[in-house]
Design a protein around this ligand. Sequence first.
Ligand SMILES: [Zn+2]
Length: 89
Amino acid sequence: MSLKANEFVSFTRIDLGTANGWQETPELFLKHNENCGTEQVTTIFHGAPGDSTQEVVRSYPVTRKNLGRCHNEYHCKECGIVYRVDSSG
Ligand SMILES: [Zn+2]
């Protein structure tokens, strides 16, 4: 079975666990933040007319899977990391 690079990475899962439990941010996650995705310039509006700024935002090729209320799993298709975020408090 042969896979193209992007198909391969969608099967790659490097499990970093739950972000809430991290003592330190894993290096792979920092690399993901730095290297994955694409930067786009977006106009952000702050409410008042004419009050807007141009900001660079990065969008990541991340899929989100709902594991329960306020509990989501994210999987980056570019570097293959998997992490979960529990925002239920
Ligand atoms: Zn990534």
